[in-house]
Design a protein around this ligand. Sequence first.
Ligand code: C2O
Ligand code: CU
Length: 472
Amino acid sequence: MNGSYGQVSRRLFVTGLFATAATAALPVGTGAARPRTQVLRAKPAKVSIGARTVSTWTYDGRLPGPRIEATAGGVVRARLVNDLPAATTVHWHGIRLDARMDGAPGYTQKPVPPGGTFDYAFTTPDPGTYFYHSHVGMQNDRGLYGTLIVTDPHEPLGYDQEFTVVLDDWLDGMIGTPDDALRRLNASTAHDDTLRSDLLGGVTAELRHPYYLVNGRAAEAPEVFESKPGRLVRLRIINAAADTAFRVALGGHRLGVTHTDGFPCAPLTVDTILIGMGERYDVLVRLGDGAFPLVAEAEGKGARAFAIVRTSRKAGAPRSGVRLSELSGRRLTYADLNARRADRLPRPSRSVTVTLGMRPSGNEWTMNDRLAADPMRLRVERGETIRIVLDNQSPMWHPMHLHGHTFQVRTSSGPQGPRKDTVNVLPRERLNIDVHADNPGEWMFHCHNLYHQEQGMMGTLGYGPAKRAMKH
Ligand code: C2O
Ligand code: CU
């Protein structure tokens, strides 16, 4: 596309980790192929999680739902068929798409009633790692999510193989439904003080999920990624959980970070990555010879998601409880990440503050003191760039997600900062994000902790004067 892509891959090649990077890129979509329509049938199904079988809601009876692959600049066509007993939508998380296809109930479409269908069709302008999920109520904490991978017809990274790693926290069918869990939280004012993480500045989550999953699988019957020694592998890591940040590491390996939230960043090598709900990271790893634990610690919860990366049949399988020094090694921070030159945004012409707050009840979360029922609205004009100061005055961290745009995070130490669509804001932290208003519409801007979202932490970013809200 331009010089900075080339620069990214060159710099990867000169670091030790990537010293003998394979030159054969993966075959990518041809771009010429006619997009077929992917049917997404939202329906109740039984799924096996570890030793248990539970009833939940899925796409096509699968967990995660079907993988959707598109080419940058190409079109995704997906027909949602609603076989659930409740209305639903599909949201294409992170995609800079036509607002009418955003799947935001009450904003961009009416939820699709039971028995109904809806045809989504949109262009995917930017390559990268994305996912899709229901955007109605607590449905995303059931099984209603899947991966959306947008390949680059001119993929600049050379690698041999790729794996998608979808992280989730699971309670549906085990301790009631997510709606039951939300009701319990709404009935109490206390937070579980034992869910603590220094990394996330104190109490870190609303509740314990009984299971933490990689690609729908529990540690007791883990996902196994098969490869060969010496291969350079791209891991696409997606946090689809409702209430869990994960600290990810691969035993015996370092992680060469290449992208966050779909966008390339100047590559660097770390031991572990903290990934909030809604965030994605792509990393390159040159695999050793053996069977290696891929661990995602449920931060502050004393539990983990676990999978195995295996390049040798002779190696014994690692145990899920294995200690990993990588988990306490060099951890990626936003200050480490920089967008490539072509992705840097213009200087903002003005700044607005969004205060993240908690009502004294302890179970209502606000943006500029307002709740979702009467949401805060940031007004922008097309073409301008604004700075949003995310001022977290609440005692919990929030992974804030903006629909339809990718903003640039401006950390105090990093001069450039990464392009992202979801950013973790720690308690008492002020974090600046710059947004270029280039995609007209009425867009959700909310906390991707699903419980916080349903307890009010949902605002909007809209172009021009406010229009009358859509009727549900
Ligand atoms: Cu995954 Cu409104 O978002
Ligand atoms: Cu939150």
